[in-house]
Design a protein around this ligand. Structure first.
Ligand SMILES: [Cu+2]
Length: 75
């Protein structure tokens, strides 16, 4: 594994309507190499992602969320 970089990033997520959507977005984000944890809130329409910036960036996360059918933008 890589070092101790644990940056946090907040994404605004659009299109989520239920708990299943939340899980889909969470799993998509957590499938990215370098993402350690994604905490997704339906009420807030947000994802708080803990990640290693040496391995993954906001653009990768946004593309991944879009690939599973939701909208994402850096908060
Ligand atoms: Cu849903």
């Amino acid at each position: 594994m890589t070092g101790n970089a644990n940056d946090k990033l907040v994404l605004n997520i659009t299109g989520m309507t239920c708990g299943h959507c939340v899980m889909t977005v969470r799993k998509a984000l957590e499938s990215l190499r370098g993402v350690k944890e994604a905490v997704v809130s339906l009420d807030e329409g947000k994802a708080v992602v803990t990640y290693d910036p040496a391995q993954v960036g906001a653009e990768d996360m946004i593309r991944k969320v879009e690939s599973v059918g939701y909208g994402a933008a850096q908060a």
